[in-house]
Design a protein around this ligand. Structure first.
Ligand SMILES: C[S@@+](CC[C@H](N)C(=O)[O-])C[C@H]1O[C@@H](n2cnc3c(N)ncnc32)[C@H](O)[C@@H]1O
Length: 410
């Protein structure tokens, strides 16, 4: 960028990633902190590409009827763009309209990346989780980054500049109370605040040695490392447990089949499946983090047919396919496979490997609608149709949306 350029833009659509779309002289401009329907003054931040530019809202000229005061003043458009805290990029939008925009992103992703124009996608709504009416107070895990002077804070939106803040409104009360926003951590890179279901909130400074915490879902306890993966929203684990249980078609479920929980963490979704279908359920939870699978083995111990394996899914499943005999193949054809991959999705290699096993049904839990849509497109090529889809607002005031899709063999 030679010099800072500002333009008045009419914002028309929402794009994946929490940014809005405007057009100027026929060129697409992705604009942050705006809402479709608004006219804004925006500063161009990237104009090196032919096909699109990027811009940040500097001033709202004609606000949307859905604009509200930002739930986090540290992220407000009233601040200079480079000083706005990141992680609440929808906080200036009414909560119900955030969900409408997320719905549009899910539907649009399915149309563009899965080439899917189906009533199942059209009927999807983004369901709210229990919690505060204003969508704050749900985060049980927060990472603060530390700047060169030792001061902790969130990164600014779209950069690694640490922003000093006085509050963390998306976090639970206990996490807010425990957050050391005035302390100094010279020489550290980050500080995590983690609230487990029992034992209050704790600080994890830098690469501190992990200790064991307990999470509770319904009347079931899960043990895990405080540095390990657990769903972030206070109600997320319960919501996904129920959603996965409901996404499985009982008529296609076989307790004795070689059922799988891929990207299984500490066994949350394997437990959901086994709870739904009873003590005889066979299911293997596969996860790359050996500490997590160690905990998963213990968390799943009460089900005789449940176990946990350590491995990268792409290799583990290739190995399974390579060594399966006719009996194993029949058990895999009868199987239900649950997968909950990271943001990048399962990808071609894993989708092809699962498709090759020809399981009866697949339940795909996704935190990225574009990655999900790409994988649904790949599954369609392997003979699987989308038969159910739900979306959940697991991350209010951010652009993130979680989806649970059921795919059934044709
Ligand atoms: C979105 S989390 C889901 C965990 C679990 N299903 C839950 O809800 O608690 C994704 C998990 O996949 C694991 N993971 C990431 N890439 C992996 C890979 N290639 N193979 C196996 N596990 C992987 C991560 O360590 C993480 O535990």
């Amino acid at each position: 960028m030679a010099e800072s350029k500002e333009l008045e833009l009419d914002v028309t659509n929402i794009a994946h990633g929490g940014i809005s779309v405007a057009r100027h002289d026929g060129r697409v401009i992705f604009v942050s902190d705006a809402i479709p329907g608004e006219r804004v003054l925006a500063r161009i931040t990237e104009d090196s590409k032919k096909s699109f530019w990027r811009a940040e809202t500097v001033k709202v000229i004609e606000p949307s009827e859905h604009r509200q005061m930002h739930v986090w003043s540290s992220a407000s458009v009233a601040r200079a763009p480079e000083n706005r805290a990141g992680g609440a990029e929808f906080g200036h939008i009414e909560l119900s309209h955030q969900r409408e925009l997320k719905r549009q992103v899910v539907v649009d992703s399915l149309q563009r990346f899965a080439k899917l124009d189906s009533p199942i996608a059209d009927d999807v709504i983004v369901e709210a989780l229990p919690g505060a009416d204003d969508g704050t107070g749900w985060r049980t895990r927060v990472r603060l980054h530390v700047d060169a002077s030792g001061r902790p804070g969130p990164y600014a939106a779209r950069s690694h500049k640490v922003i000093a803040v006085t509050e963390l409104p998306l976090a639970t009360e206990l996490v807010q109370e425990a957050a050391p926003l005035d302390a100094k951590f010279v020489g550290e890179e980050h500080v995590d605040i983690v609230q487990a279901a029992t034992g209050g909130a704790r600080l994890i400074v830098g690469d501190q040695k992990p200790s064991t915490i307990t999470e509770v879902v319904g009347d079931r306890e899960f043990r895990l490392a405080d540095t390990g993966f657990w769903q972030v929203h206070t109600h997320a684990a319960q919501t996904l447990t129920t959603a996965v249980q409901e996404a499985i078609a009982p008529a296609l479920f076989d307790t004795k089949a070689h059922n799988l929980d891929l990207y299984g963490g500490v066994g949350l979704l394997a437990a959901a499946v086994a709870d739904r279908f009873g003590s005889g359920t066979k299911i293997t939870s596969v996860e790359s983090d050996a500490t997590a699978t160690g905990f998963a083995s213990r968390n799943l111990a009460e089900w005789i047919g449940a176990d946990a394996a350590t491995g990268r899914v792409e290799r583990w499943i290739a190995q399974l396919a390579a060594t399966a005999n006719a009996h194993d193949r029949a058990r895999l054809r009868a199987a239900t496979i649950v997968l909950d991959p990271p943001r990048s999705g399962a990808g071609k290699q894993v989708v092809q490997a699962i498709g090759g096993l020809q399981p009866a049904q697949i339940v795909y839990v996704a935190c990225d609608p574009v990655a999900l849509a790409r994988d649904i497109g790949l599954f369609a090529e392997r003979g699987y149709d989308l038969t159910a889809l739900r979306a959940f607002d697991l991350f209010p005031h951010t652009h993130h949306v979680e989806a649970v899709a059921t795919l059934t063999r044709r």
